[in-house]
Design a protein around this ligand. Structure first.
Ligand SMILES: Nc1ncnc2c1ncn2[C@@H]1O[C@H](COP(=O)(O)OP(=O)(O)OP(=O)(O)O)[C@@H](O)[C@H]1O
Length: 260
């Protein structure tokens, strides 16, 4: 089923047309990547879908409902989640405590007494941590974790809001190459099992070509190519304007797992 349908999204910043009539659709359980050179309009498009930017034109439909221009808080209540970096202030809290707080926020219980909050949603938080492979580290302060593990906890925090659509802006930025593919494999597994649609931007071509179901290539605000990783990899225009020599090598190197 179509989860997200974007039609003719347009955004102008002064003289710059950052997104020019961008249209695409995303199904439940699908991993859709937006790639393109710096300044192509990836973040702009992403932020219009996530409610951080109001489009100048076009529409965003979520499961058949028009959500164009709604702020991110409203979208969040409708099932649009986003991964955010763990705030500095929460680094001293335990991994479990952070996920419990996310669950409290999702259930509108942020005014709970701290003593109650410590026991609330404990099992659900542990289940989420188990889902991202972090249950064994539940008691540790987040500030002590390796960077790749922090990213897993951020994913558990995003999942606490039970999103139908998850937006991930450069989820693997700053990670070591081996950690990047592992994180994207984890996200893809969860997305498919739980029918969550994932829209992500990413500069790491190995991660994109190994884990996206479909790819949109944005150049100067316009989609110049779209399709499966195989189709996008083979597109001569994409190779010319974006992938170049090293990117094409990465795209060819990445082997997609076979999904049943
Ligand atoms: N708030 C803003 N004010 C003015 N211009 C902006 C603003 N945000 C983006 N732009 C311009 O819009 C264009 C698209 O930017 P955007 O950040 O969406 O690209 P991007 O593909 O995400 O780039 P990167 O890969 O570098 O993150 C660029 O020319 C950028 O300078």
């Amino acid at each position: 089923m179509t989860l997200l349908a974007v039609e003719g999204l347009t955004k102008r910043f002064g003289g710059v047309l950052a997104a020019k009539s961008v249209s695409f659709a995303l199904d439940e359980g699908e991993m859709l990547a937006i790639i393109g050179p710096n300044g192509a309009g990836k973040s702009t498009t992403f932020n219009m879908v996530g409610g951080q930017l109001r489009p100048d034109g076009g529409s965003v439909m979520l499961a058949g409902k028009d959500v164009t221009g709604l702020p991110s808080r409203a979208l969040c209540r409708m099932g649009v989640g986003r991964t955010f970096q763990v705030a500095q202030t929460f680094l001293s809290f335990s991994v479990l405590g952070n996920v419990q707080m996310a669950l409290l926020a999702h259930h509108g219980q942020t005014r709970q007494l701290l003593s109650d909050a410590a026991v609330m949603h404990r099992d659900a938080a542990l289940a989420l941590l188990d889902r991202v492979g972090m249950a064994a580290q539940a008691g540790r302060p987040i500030g002590e974790l390796a960077y790749g593990d922090v990213k897993r906890v951020e994913l558990a925090i995003a999942l606490a809001a039970a999103p139908r659509l998850l937006l991930m802006d450069e989820p693997t930025a700053g990670m070591a190459p081996s950690e990047r593919t592992a994180l994207m494999a984890l996200v893809a597994g969860i997305a498919r099992a739980e029918r969550i649609g994932v829209l992500f931007t990413e500069h790491d071509m190995d991660a994109v070509f190994a884990h996206a179901d479909r790819i949109l290539v944005l150049v100067r605000g316009e989609i110049i190519a779209r399709g499966s990783p195989e189709e996008v990899r083979a597109d001569p225009e994409v190779q010319r304007v974006y992938l170049g020599h090293s990117g094409t090598r990465a795209a060819g190197r990445a082997r997609r797992p076979v999904h049943g």
